[in-house]
Design a protein around this ligand. Structure first.
Ligand SMILES: *[C@@H]1O[C@H](CO)[C@@H](O)[C@H](O)[C@H]1NC(C)=O
Length: 308
């Protein structure tokens, strides 16, 4: 994996144009009550790229003075962090993050979390598996909570690696080797092979309670004050886009979709999402634009209020 090529992709990930013109809204109010914020970047991105996560972090810090923003690095270097977003066992990544967060005294009395793209479902796994320190608000920006059945484009259009990933996914997403070493396979959800998915998906089928209902997951997720899901209305990276609001394809075919509320997961309330919706904890937001291509105006108006 070539570090330089990665960098090119990262630059494209969030749309350079968007982030260069971020408007900072001055904040007048109590600073001490602001919870720390943990960010988890998306595929092809890294913790610290000045044009994506770095810019988001800076923007939030300027808008909310005194806020502690941490952008997670998975691995010891930025290059490792980027590569791990493609190739590292997601369950291990979640373990690493859990241990990192639990050792951070600044987070002890709670924190908010914002995940971009696959970082959204990874942070949900953190909420479900690691209740301490407590996550308060989870914001999933273009996350794939029911997985994907298709990868029409990679963020940033690196066709070489995407073609390779697609080939692997089509030839054997549910084999043990691919599950453990290809991140996208760990949230690959094939509606035509539901049995295989349920049985062999090591990450997504587990956190979505496909095999058993783990009461701990259910209890922990419901400890969130809010679970905010952002969907991109013209998303060409994520297929189906309904997954960003926890919907998916109906099983046994690959055309018709169903909403979260129409799903068995919700109707049987296997994960506590129905209870959370009844308690007003689920917030569904939509943004115009392609994957992660929000405007600064939209971010300021729709996301910042959750962080204050
Ligand atoms: C349920 O989740 C908890 C927290 O991750 C884990 O320790 C436990 O082993 C899980 N139980 C089952 C039955 O998977």
């Amino acid at each position: 994996m070539n570090g330089f090529k990665m960098t090119t992709r990262i630059r494209l990930l969030l749309g350079v144009g968007t982030l260069l013109f971020l408007v900072v809204i001055p904040f007048h109010g109590s600073v001490s009550a602001t919870l720390p914020l943990v960010l988890w970047h998306g595929m092809g991105d890294s913790c610290c790229n000045p044009l994506s996560m770095g810019a988001i972090k800076k923007m939030i810090e300027e808008a909310i003075p005194g806020i502690n923003v941490q952008s997670l690095m998975i691995g010891k270097t930025v290059v490792q962090d980027t590569e791990n977003g493609f190739f590292m066992d997601v369950n291990e990544q979640v373990d690493m993050v859990c241990s990192q967060l639990s050792q951070d005294s600044k987070l002890a009395s709670g924190y908010n979390a914002m995940g971009f793209s696959q970082g959204g479902q990874f942070l949900r796994a953190v909420a479900q598996r690691c209740p301490s320190p407590p996550m308060k608000t989870l914001i999933s920006v273009g996350g794939q909570h029911q997985g994907v059945y298709g990868l029409p484009r990679c963020p940033g259009e690196s066709s070489l690696i995407c073609d390779w990933i697609r080939k692997k996914l089509n030839s054997g997403a549910y084999t043990d080797l691919v599950q453990k070493h290809l991140v996208q396979a760990q949230y690959w959800h094939d509606p035509l092979n539901d049995d295989l998915y349920k049985k062999y998906s090591l990450f997504l089928a587990d956190i979505n309670q496909e095999r058993v209902v783990n009461e701990t997951y259910k209890k922990n997720l419901q400890m969130l004050d809010r679970f905010v899901m952002v969907k991109f209305l013209q998303d060409t990276v994520v297929d189906p886009v309904d997954t960003e609001w926890f919907g998916f394809l109906k099983m046994g075919q690959a055309k018709e979709t169903e909403t979260l509320q129409e799903s068995v997961l919700y109707k049987e309330d296997r994960l506590g999402l129905a209870a959370m919706e009844a308690a007003g904890k689920l917030h569904f937001l939509a943004s115009e634009g392609d994957h992660l291509q929000f405007t600064e105006k939209w971010f300021n108006e729709n996301i910042l209020p959750y962080l204050r």
